[in-house]
Design a protein around this ligand. Structure first.
Ligand code: UDX
Length: 428
């Protein structure tokens, strides 16, 4: 098929490259000329394992990029993968997505073929109609058959290509059998090879599935964190408890790692957005509010455990791990942010270390020190806080010897409780 992907950010680039890999002819459309030039030169504008290879393989063949909408009508479908930034109150701003939807509509106005516009961006159910309206606005009086569908993504950072090419489920949110057929044609090469569940539903329900998915997972982590805090009060190891409850199929063993909480570009944004949308509709989602509250509390509990052993004012404290999870340089909503803020409030000299995320954190906190290795960060430190579960933090025994006061508070259960250190686990 001939398919357009509007927006070459994280999701859009992954989508465009993977669709090309499935054998489609893909045109990536982005307003940023640098991004378009990168793609056409065979380089991915974002970092994701396996993506560079796919872009290099397909660029100039069945993947091209452009800033122009003029050939949109040559394709049978257009995905909209435009960011929906958060507003102050947590709700999402769909203005950029609406603008892209309207331009797509305009580009289709003179075509006499039919076309499916597929919203890939994460939008709350009430926003679907706004996108339908924006496309209709662009189409004007045109009699072309253009429908809007939704098709949420469930990709994880660090495994996005893998997740796209072997999904557990795909969700088609459509208003007609015609639209469902077209979405099925898009995914046909992938569905033929994998044991993937296809969920067929309406556009609004499909967007709700995405929010429910992320809200459920984030709440699962907050619940195990809440229970983990109770365990800590009782001197019980929350991981032993989690391993046991995970044996119950109804609970499941995944996403039961308690600690300093969830971050990243999806969970915090999506949970806030569905809470804001619910509230706007007149409902207060109590459990989701509590999930956010527990998540906000975990970094403070990490700091309080440090306070129990050392007064950090004027002392050097190492923050080990700045990325929101291992395997990425992404620091968006990383738990390291409130941890660093809390240390600064206490008057500590903060030194951060991360194998790949230092530069991103430096933009947010240019005033703190950054070390080139965990060992360097720990030298003369009076405390160490582990915020990201990078494997390398499991082998720091000797580096801890170089600390002034060897107080290690682990927020991810990655450090071995060795001899000669005062070790505290957040929930164990
Ligand atoms: C998540 C969803 O998994 C994905 O389906 C969705 O499309 C986007 O959001 P991602 O943000 O890449 O993906 O990261 P994920 O691996 O899910 O981790 C999210 C956060 O939860 C991280 O901060 C991680 O450290 C934390 N986490 C995860 C825990 O604290 N405990 C766990 O048991 C699992």
């Amino acid at each position: 098929m001939n398919i357009n992907v509007v927006g070459s950010g994280y999701v859009g680039t992954t989508l465009a490259a993977c669709l090309a890999d499935l054998g489609h002819d893909v045109t990536a459309i982005d307003i940023d000329e640098d991004v378009v030039a990168e793609l056409n030169a065979g380089r991915a504008p974002i970092h994701e394992p396996g993506l560079d290879e796919l872009v290099a393989e397909h660029a100039g063949e069945n993947l091209q990029a452009t800033t122009a909408y003029e050939n949109v009508a040559d394709a049978e479908a257009t995905f909209l993968a435009i960011q929906t930034p958060s507003r102050e109150d947590g709700s999402i701003d769909v203005a950029p997505l609406e603008a892209a939807a309207e331009m797509t509509g305009e580009a289709l106005a003179d075509a006499d073929s039919d076309h499916l516009v597929i919203v890939k961006s994460t939008i709350t159910p009430p926003k679907v109609d706004e996108i339908r309206d924006a496309v209709a606005e662009g189409l004007g009086e045109s009699s072309s058959r253009v429908e809007v569908a939704t098709n949420p993504e469930f990709l994880r950072e660090g495994t996005a290509v893998e997740d796209f090419l072997a999904p557990q489920k795909v969700v088609f949110g459509t208003d007609s059998a015609w639209a469902t057929d077209r979405l099925e044609a898009v995914y046909a090469p992938l569905l033929a090879d994998h044991d993937t569940h296809v969920v067929q539903t309406g556009p609004e329900t499909a967007t709700m599935i995405k929010y429910a998915n992320n809200a459920f997972l984030a709440t699962k982590i907050s619940l195990i964190n809440d229970l983990g805090n109770v365990c800590k009060e009782f001197g019980i190891d929350a991981y032993e408890v989690a391993d046991a409850i995970g044996l119950d199929d109804r609970i499941g063993e995944q996403f039961l790692r308690s600690g300093v909480g969830w971050g990243g570009s999806c969970f915090p944004k999506d949970v806030a957005a569905i809470i804001a949308a619910a509230r706007e509709a007149g409902y207060d989602p109590a459990v989701l509010d509590a999930a956010v509250e527990v998540n906000d509390r975990q970094p403070e509990r990490l700091l309080e455990l440090l306070d129990e052993h050392v007064d950090v004012e004027g002392k050097r404290v190492a923050v080990l791990g700045l990325a929101f999870k291992p395997g990425t340089d992404d620091t968006r909503n990383s738990r390291a942010i409130p941890v660093i803020e809390g240390l600064k409030e206490r008057g500590a000299d903060v030194v951060g270390y991360d194998p790949v995320a230092t530069e991103n954190m430096r933009e947010q906190f240019p005033e703190i020190e950054y070390a080139d290795s965990a060992g360097e960060a720990l030298e003369w430190a009076s405390g160490a806080l582990v915020v990201t579960d990078w494997d390398e933090f499991a082998a720091l025994d000797e580096a801890f010897d170089a600390m002034e006061e060897s107080v290690v508070v682990d927020g991810r259960r990655v450090v071995e409780r060795g001899e000669g250190i005062t070790y505290e686990g957040l929930t164990w």
